[in-house]
Design a protein around this ligand. Structure first.
Ligand code: SF4
Length: 879
């Protein structure tokens, strides 16, 4: 159970108001108070008046306005309204900024700080730096707009807040977490006391433990040691409440969560569902837009407002927070795989709907497509005010089933509530933003979400893990503070960038000087030592490859129990691994192929069988294909299809070398142009994936290449084209193959040449050997009815145009290598191809890659080649 310090418990029992510096402190106190009431056997009790300063100020201001005491005529701005005012000032300012929103946030923080510390920004010496002059210009614009509209911001309202409605009937006020006691807080206390109220900052806690210092090798070792310490403590006393501070929790969140689950809740590492906070809770605010349920909503809106990267859309499409997102998860994954073949690297909602409708021919997910259409229609209006958009967005999201069909878990429910609160905040920006189109309002909402820190409430958990090196507020049975090396503690000064440094120093802002931070560090250390009977303060000896020193603030503390730093006992994963009885079964043979259907294999089958038998089995028989990834520009496969189609059209018109010779240059251009236009319509423009500009670039690139190619063909000895894109059925080792030969030429002497067009890299050296890298052309040579005298790649790429291949002597075209014993070469190829086909047929599926074959393969996780390599290194370390 959380424990309240004595003074706080007394204050709450006396119905005092507790105002905290931070919402999390207020939350922790309310939880601790509730636990206290339960242990006393109460089932109901009055809600304690505990709230953060901003919440208390808003309440007091609203009460004063409703009571109409005349002193509060201005409207108090919300946080989002203040931020928007500053953003607009930064955008309108004379200085061009790279990141105006970040600068505006910093400006607002400086404005709040200057009021908190009663700094007169008009004092002498102000405005000497460019930063300060820029800040003052923004502040002047913000102030002028606030005056003109009768608004007031929180920083100034704190000084002027009428307290009458607050003090009546209250026994006291405690301000908690304001250890630096800036003038604004001192003034507030003084005004409360003037009105006869008992008001004070939280008193210093009595008594201190000695504390214990512990050094560990690394930050990771600290985290694991703290987790083991917590586990030992809870095994001895399950009612203990422990606090663990990890200063860089935000950067290490994943590791910290894993380490604590590993030590304290190992079973949850295997669980499918989200981890519900039970033994430990991470106290760390994330921006609201980083919660998956909110990400789903904002990405839907961004998709409706403009274009998004394919990866973001793909992830969103598979979200469980969409219509039937859980029950249709498998279907959505299939849809995602299908649209990858058709979608561009960026999509808008209209294009996505068209692509989805194209692949969902049987209508299995027609409900989603209809919902997306309706969603797009609902948002295709405007411009509207933020309030009107807020209502429209809320209603549009319900159309696409947001936030999903399954009952929300508590944390998700709270997150959805917070998103609706953010929409209400958006609605309050009418006066500041005016009428906006959809894209602008979605940008404003995204910024609002980014700047809304949030953490779902988790209730009472034995271990709290926090990033804050600050007063823990509650009392704990044990506290472990990690990361206390000299570079981290006391914290380095962080002077305000906009307020002149001398003014910060004169005001006594701790962050402005090393002395201020040292004094704060000493104070906080005292608070830790007074907040628990056991306090461990640890530091890492190394951090990111650098040696660290112990913080001078803890160097004098007694050494902690060395056992706590002892290396970990076996982890849960190790225990499972060690309890296993491993049995080694080598099974490299798949069931032999049952030939059914016309085409069981193609040229790629043999290529894969040759490169790695397992890959051929996995891809050709198990269907383990790589997911396509839309990329900017036209993908190589489509480029290849475009080239093939143009050449097919071209030779249909020209027929042979005589036809080619008979066409003048202008006529050839006209034929080429017609072929390109027809192929472009057929291959590149259906469905529309690329912009006209992209298509024009590709078209002109190909036109240039083909002009060179036609030139090359016109220098050849006479030939006639017997076939283009000819389909061939054939059989090797009992396996039926389906092949498509790009082109078959016949020369004047009756000899034949097989041609395959290549727009990328191509080399005929890949045809030879026991395990050829690419047996496609040899396979074609054996598959055609009349054996050819030559096989060749027609290479058309940026490096130029050429024929490359092998020929019986004399060479059929220039550029081919002549083979002295051509019939012998064909026999050799037949032996290789029959063997590869036979191995494929009998299920030879050994993980046996050729050198470098794994580099371009996507099946590492299926064949586990990396584990095989690791094992062979372990077993034969010297090889
Ligand atoms: S990764 Fe290597 S061993 Fe594994 S299937 Fe691919 S080529 Fe074969």
């Amino acid at each position: 159970m959380y424990r309240l310090p004595e003074f706080l418990e007394r204050a709450l029992e006396g119905a005092a108001t507790v105002i905290t510096a931070d919402p999390r402190q207020a939350f922790a106190i309310r939880i601790a108070w509730a636990e206290r009431q339960r242990t006393r056997g109460h089932t109901v009790w009055p809600t304690p008046d505990v709230l953060p300063l901003s919440g208390w100020l808003a309440r007091s201001w609203a009460r004063a306005m409703s009571e109409g005491d005349g002193s509060t005529v201005e409207a108090l701005l919300t946080h989002a309204q203040e931020r928007t005012l500053w953003e607009q000032a930064a955008q309108d300012g004379a200085t061009e900024l790279l990141h105006p929103h970040g600068a505006a946030r910093a400006g607002l923080r400086s404005w709040q700080r200057s009021h908190e510390w009663a700094i007169d920004l008009r004092a002498r010496g102000t405005g000497t730096s460019e930063e300060t002059r820029t800040f003052l210009a923004w502040a002047a614009q913000v102030s002028q707009r606030m005056r003109a509209h009768g608004w007031i911001d929180g920083a100034r309202a704190l000084w002027r807040c009428p307290l009458e409605s607050d003090v009546n009937g209250h026994d006291g006020f405690i301000l908690l977490g304001f250890d630096d006691e800036p003038p604004a807080i001192r003034e507030l206390l003084a005004r409360l006391v003037d009105r006869g109220v008992n008001a004070c900052c939280a008193p210093k806690r009595a008594g201190q433990t000695a504390g214990a210092r512990l050094d560990l090798a690394t930050v990771e070792a600290e985290v694991y040691a703290a987790a083991r310490w917590a586990r030992n403590r809870l095994e001895l006393n399950p009612d203990d409440r422990l606090l663990i501070a990890i200063p860089d929790l935000a950067q290490r969140r994943g590791f910290v969560e894993y380490a604590f689950a590993d030590v304290l809740e190992p079973a949850t590492l295997l669980a499918q569902s989200c981890r519900q906070a039970r033994v430990f809770a991470l106290e760390e605010n994330l921006a609201l837009d980083r919660y998956p349920v909110v990400t789903t909503a904002i990405v839907a809106l961004e998709l409706a407002a403009g274009r998004l990267a394919f990866d973001a859309v793909s992830h969103w499409l598979r979200s469980p927070y969409l219509l039937a997102g859980t029950s249709a998860a498998g279907l959505r994954a299939l849809l995602d795989a299908a649209i990858r073949r058709l979608a561009a690297d960026e999509l808008d909602l209209k294009t996505l709907i068209a692509v989805l409708a194209g692949v969902d021919r049987d209508g299995s997910d027609s409900a989603l497509i209809a919902a997306l259409r309706s969603f797009a229609e609902k948002l295709a209006t405007g411009p509207h005010t933020p309030a009107e958009w807020s209502a429209a967005i809320s209603s549009a999201l319900t159309v696409i089933g947001w936030p999903g069909e399954r009952p929300l878990e508590s944390a998700e429910f709270q997150t959805v509530e917070k998103f609706h609160a953010a929409l209400r905040e958006l609605a309050m920006l009418d006066l500041l933003l005016g009428r906006l189109d959809l894209a602008a309002v979605v940008r404003a909402l995204r910024r609002l979400l980014e700047q809304t820190p949030f953490q779902p409430e988790t209730g009472d958990t034995p271990i709290t893990i926090t990033a804050r090196l600050a007063d823990p507020v509650l009392s704990y049975d044990g506290i472990w503070i990690s990361g206390l090396h000299a570079g981290n503690w006391p914290e380095a000064p962080r002077a305000d960038p906009f307020i002149p440094w001398q003014l910060q120093l004169a005001a006594g802002i701790p962050e402005a000087s090393a002395a201020g931070m040292l004094s704060r560090g000493r104070r906080t250390l005292g608070t830790w030592l007074a907040s628990s009977p056991e306090v461990i303060l640890s530091w890492p000896r190394r951090l990111d490859d650098e040696d660290c020193d112990v913080s001078p603030l803890i160097a004098g503390l007694p050494d902690g129990d060395a056992q706590l730093a002892a290396p970990p006992t076996r982890s849960y994963a190790q225990v499972i691994r060690e309890s296993a009885h491993l049995e080694r079964i080598v099974d490299e043979t798949a069931p032999s192929l049952k030939v059914a259907g016309r085409h069981v294999a193609d040229a790629r089958t043999l290529t894969l069988q040759s490169l790695c038998p397992f890959r051929a089995f996995a891809e050709q028989r198990l269907g383990a294909r790589v997911l396509e990834q839309p990329r900017p520009g036209i993908d190589p496969r489509t480029r290849g299809r475009f080239l093939h189609r143009v050449l097919e059209q071209l030779w249909s018109a020209l027929s042979d070398s005589k036809g080619l010779q008979q066409h003048s240059i202008e006529q050839r251009e006209a034929v080429l142009d017609a072929a390109i236009r027809a192929a472009r319509r057929e291959v590149l423009e259906r469905p529309r994936r690329w912009s006209h500009a992209t298509l024009d670039i590709e078209t002109e690139r190909l036109r240039g290449l083909l002009r060179t190619w036609i030139e090359l063909e016109s220098t050849r000895a006479p030939f006639r084209i017997l076939a283009v894109e000819q389909e061939i059925d054939c059989m090797f080792a009992g396996v039926p193959f389906g092949l498509r030969v790009d082109r078959i030429d016949e020369l004047a002497d009756g000899r034949r040449l097989l041609i395959d067009y290549k727009s990328g890299q191509a080399s005929s050296r890949r045809w030879y050997g026991d395990r050829p890298d690419d047996p496609q052309m040899p396979l074609y040579a054996l598959a055609v009815e009349q054996p050819p005298a030559a096989i060749a790649y027609a290479v058309l790429n940026a490096a130029g145009c050429r024929f490359e291949g092998a020929s019986a002597a004399p060479a059929v075209v220039d550029g081919l290598e002549t083979v002295a014993d051509w019939p012998g070469q064909l026999r050799e190829w037949r032996t290789v191809i029959e063997r590869l086909a036979s191995e494929f047929a009998i299920g030879h599926a050994q993980v046996d890659p050729k050198r470098d074959a794994c580099i371009t393969c996507h099946l590492h996780s299926l064949c586990r080649i990396d584990e095989l390599h690791a094992r062979s290194v372990l077993v034969h370390p010297d090889e």
